[in-house]
Design a protein around this ligand. Structure first.
Ligand code: D5M
Ligand code: FE
Ligand code: ZN
Length: 463
């Protein structure tokens, strides 16, 4: 705290006002005079003694809103195509055993098509056709994985049967997860199968790049408007920055609001307790933004939590439509001037982080990398990510994108893998008590910007 503090606090006391601890916190490092502070107190509250966090908040925000955005012509002919939007494809599935069977069959078929192109798997057979002795190669869904002293015993399954094999310890075998589709080649001796190589569907080595275009896309996630921990002032600094006209498209990948009833006793952590009002807040925050806005939901938003998630419930998110935002489901795929962009909130990362060596909540890079190699946004079934028994698996990454953007983990990470730029983009919400208990340290206000003029990502930091 700087030198002026005791003076400011004393002066306020002399005039009969006390700052609450929250208000003191907000004022840290901000240069405001006693007169400005007193002016922030509503005039109809003459007997007021305490100056609260809310009042300081409004005062600081007012300061920001004075900066009028430079008016730019909205949507200067942006060529945008929506290639996948789960809302259009979601069925009213009932969750029967047959539904799940179809889901996994679709997953197997889509990923097998990709795996069959790999050297070493082109001759692979269905599991029931694997010869009882000699060399083999096949493809299946991982049903079981157990660690032994020397390696792993892995069981895979397809439509025709199952196969259990031993895989020695190694980078690939350590990264096999339940319910993903893999290929395996090796030998069978005396009825025991030994893997020599494990194959993930993978990203092929290509150097595909979108055409050059003078256009910049900002990626953000996890605003959590309505939460007491939402850093509105920091967010408004970002909004003011984009309102200056440097950004053409703003993409938001979920948890726009904190929601209601997402976890027990959430009411205590909410500044805005109504869901509609939380989206009204988003509208207010973004009202000066004149670039194209694209939004998909996360696990805190107003739509079903099971993935794939259809777009937000229309009645509730009218404020988003009022903004002219393009509202899609989770995951979604948009193409902007030829740049193929896959958007996913990122819940599947929670499950991968628990099993992928070197992946942590602090640095999820290795989990993001595995999403690309496994060509699936949430391969592990029955973990933390609720997955709907749709007949098609929309979480498979059928086509290779140029960009994969996720949120949810509340930290920034970046990996470029075989030409694909994959990243998570942090949050605008301070650490919650739950995150403190889990040891999760959020990263706030760091925004990756994709520049289509040179196809590079630059990260700006809002201080
Ligand atoms: O998730 C914010 C962060 O908290 C993100 O890093 C995941 C983590 N998180 C959330 N729920 C859980 C559970 N149930 N287990 C482990 N980690 C979790 P958000 O979606 O914003 O609440
Ligand atoms: Fe979140
Ligand atoms: Zn989330």
């Amino acid at each position: 705290m700087d030198q002026r503090w005791p003076v400011l606090v004393e002066e306020l006391l002399r005039r009969g006002y006390v700052l609450t601890p929250g208000a003191l916190d907000l004022l840290k490092d901000r240069k405001l005079s006693v007169d400005e502070l007193i002016a922030s107190i509503p005039k109809d509250e003459e007997n007021k003694v305490f100056i609260t966090e809310d009042e300081i908040h409004h005062l600081l925000l007012g300061e920001r809103q004075k900066k009028k955005p430079r008016q730019k012509k909205r949507k200067k002919g942006i060529d945008m195509r929506i290639r996948l939007n789960p809302g259009d494809l979601i069925t009213s599935c009932e969750g029967t055993v047959e539904n799940f069977h179809n889901l996994f069959l679709d997953r197997l078929e889509k990923l097998r098509r990709i795996l069959l192109k790999r050297n070493g798997l082109t001759d692979s057979r269905r599991i029931s056709d694997v010869k009882k002795e000699g060399n083999f190669s096949t493809i299946g869904i991982v049903r079981d994985k157990r660690e032994t002293s020397k390696g792993y015993v892995i069981e895979i399954e397809d439509e025709t049967g199952s196969l259990t094999f031993f895989a020695p310890k190694g980078r690939d075998s350590s990264r096999v997860v339940l319910d993903e589709v893999i290929g395996v080649s090796g030998t069978i001796r005396g009825r025991r199968a030994y893997a020599e190589r494990i194959y993930f569907p993978e990203i092929p080595r290509t150097n595909s790049k979108p055409k050059e275009k003078d256009l910049r896309i900002a990626f953000i996630s996890d605003i959590h408007a309505g939460s007491k921990q939402f850093k509105e002032i920091l967010f408004m600094d970002f909004v003011n920055w984009i309102s200056e006209g440097s950004i053409d498209v703003l993409i938001m990948t979920g948890d726009l609001v904190d929601g209601i009833g997402v976890y027990p006793n959430q009411e205590d952590e909410l500044r805005i307790k109504g869901i509609r009002e939380q989206y009204e807040k988003i509208k207010e925050l973004l009202s000066s933004v004149d670039c194209e806005i694209i939004a998909i939901p996360g696990n805190h938003d107003a739509t079903r939590p099971m993935e794939p998630q259809p777009a937000f419930q229309e009645e509730i998110v009218e404020p988003l439509s009022d903004l002219g935002a393009v509202i899609l489901g989770n995951p979604s795929w948009v193409e902007i001037h030829g740049a193929k962009i896959l958007l996913y909130h990122g819940r599947g990362l929670d499950d991968l982080i628990t099993v992928i060596p070197e992946a942590t909540h602090e640095d999820p890079t290795q989990a993001v990398l595995e999403v690309l190699r496994k060509r699936h946004l949430a391969p592990i079934y029955g973990g933390k990510t609720p997955i709907a028994p749709e007949s098609k698996d929309l979480l498979v990454i059928d086509e290779v994108p140029h960009v994969l953007h996720m949120g949810h983990v509340h930290v920034n990470s970046y990996v470029e893998y075989r030409g694909v730029k994959a990243f998570t983009s942090g949050t605008w919400q301070e650490q919650t008590s739950f995150q403190r208990a889990m040891g999760i340290k959020p990263v706030l206000g760091e925004v990756p910007i994709l520049d289509l003029s040179d196809f590079r990502i630059r990260r700006i930091k809002i201080a």
